[in-house]
Design a protein around this ligand. Sequence first.
Ligand code: SAM
Length: 280
Amino acid sequence: MNYQTALMMGEKKLNEKNTKNSRLDSEILLSSTLRIQREEMMLTLNNYISKKELNYFIKLINRRREKEPVAYIVGHKEFWKNKFKVNNSVLIPRPETEHLVEEALKFIPKYRSINILDIGTGSGCIILSILNERKKSYGVALDISKKALKLAKFNAKIQQIKNRIKFVNSDIDKFCLGKYDIILSNPPYIKNSDIRYLEKDINFYEPKIALRGGFDGYSVINNIIDKSKVLMKKKGKLFLEVGYNQSEHVSRRLIKKGFYINKIVKDLSKNNRCIVSTKI
Ligand SMILES: C[S@@+](CC[C@H](N)C(=O)[O-])C[C@H]1O[C@@H](n2cnc3c(N)ncnc32)[C@H](O)[C@@H]1O
């Protein structure tokens, strides 16, 4: 069987289970099986796949048929300008979170050292992307999950920025170390009672600690705002990702707690998703 036929077979098997991006998923899983870049594979579709490779590819397709996310199956996800190792201890980095990185970079000088705190770092995708772009700055990556921090540390090591970052295992509620120019967070913000309505890909596979935002979805966000007030230098900036319908509520709380709202950035679906504010 050649690559082309294998790809079509994978796509068909995924379609039988109503998988959304069946063709793309089949391509990613086949290139992962063959250990070559997808682009290279697409140029060599007439090559033959070995029996061993085919069996392995079918195993991966079957995992995807059970709705396991592709990123967990292949073990990595592209975010900003890098590839991040992921497993089911961390949320899979989402494209909308890149707004946080993009906005924060506008306020972080290239040639001055500043201190940055990332609350709920997960794979480390936000803080590592920023430190990669700003070589003079230092970061603290905080997470309540030890397993997530282990992965974030690994990502820091392979991206060779482990000397400018500290990892702290703590609940944000109990954290009180340092003063920061910039605080960033993509916190858990889904109502606990809504989690069971999420797609199986998310609900069955991604860590609940990364999703559960308490009974109303705001419990971690509120703690982050309260703690940022204490942890941030005057005129420091807070960059928060929120759920598609949470920006008004969160903005009101920020203003009440003494922040000025600089900007609210929309995602590709035109929902307000990233709030930029300043401690006044
Ligand atoms: C939505 S995920 C974001 C992960 C990563 N920053 C990203 O954008 O892909 C939220 C992260 O916050 C962590 N977390 C949840 N509650 C926390 C708390 N109270 N204090 C610190 N971290 C927390 C979770 O373990 C998870 O890694």
